[in-house]
Design a protein around this ligand. Sequence first.
Ligand code: MLT
Length: 409
Amino acid sequence: MFTANGDYANLKGNYLFYEVGKRARAYAEAHPDAELIRMGIGDVTQPLVPAVISAMHRAVDEMSRAETFHGYAPDFGYEFLREAIHKRDYVSRGIDVSQDEIFVSDGAKCDVGNFQELFSRSCRIAVLDPVYPVYVDTNVMAGRTGTNDGGRYAGLVYLTCDASNGFVPGPEAAEGADIVYLCYPNNPTGAVATKEQLQKWVDWANDRKSLILFDAAYEAFIRTPGIPHSIYEIPGARECAVEFRSFSKTAGFTGTRCAYAVVPTSVRAWMPDGSPADLRAMWTRRHTTKFNGVSYPVQRAAEAVYSPEGQAQTRALVDGYLANAAIIRERLAACGLRCIGGDNSPYIWVATGGVDSWSFFDRLLREAQVVTTPGSGFGRCGEGHIRISAFNRSDRVIEAMDRIEKVLK
Ligand code: MLT
């Protein structure tokens, strides 16, 4: 008899952004004249920048001629892209990461979701709460949790993020955890972690033989000087951390798909019998077995992000989204709502003043025709909040704020 993976039965409800999309679609179908403004999922709205488009065009032309055609990409990504990543994201910041520790992929969500395959089922996982749901749901699917009662899965260690710890918990609450997912700038709260805060995590992981999975998908939004862009800016991180990066939000690649993971040769891991394991070799095995690479035109497009024009153009793109975020914060604060994030992040985390998240989401959808993301979808500590994404055109953001103001005032 065929039996399905019973751990899926532990999953609570739909994937968050699927559910938000479903509710927005149902509303749009029932109200065909309503003009929805989507500020829910963090999906970019601005076109790819000219430097990226030209590189992609050139690469597509190369694919049309036998002498410049490309079939399968090299296993870890083309050297031209890995070299560009290595130089611009690491060497230029004085960070010790080598080119052969970089694995090009089609998305940080996929990498983060897949990486847990390398861990034994008995590993105890710690997550921030609120949390990007992919970290949790993929571990539920893999059988590392029990059921979800009262908004939390049995077996996970939840690290409360709230005003009392500035939305950046320290490792003291991670008692018993073997692996921790950290995301800074944070999705969903937009909080950033300082070097000192990350150093505590790195020391904790090295002391305990634990692992940090560091999601830096939003690093391009950091504007405050001194905030680390990479976990490898922290001494000791090469021994205990894996990093995930993406071109999605940095350069508008959500529909184009390109990202990378860094797995240092020095990161320490252990087999169930206590003997040392080579995590980079294990990720190599997984990646080469289950993944066939990112297309040549997309890798050329990603390389162009690192050209001088690409850097200037993508920075302007991110600056535009940050300007939207500033408008959102200011306008919502003027309506009396407490907001954090949005200064080094495209997300603004908004307290709903005691109203539950889904009710507030529904109200903004029905009365303002603005789609947001209910905070409770990110975990129990997200209750009483919504997340607003700044990924939109500035005129749409202003229109959304005008509408929300009318509803709330
Ligand atoms: C988000 O809105 O949290 C992200 O866009 C989701 C993702 O990157 O997968």
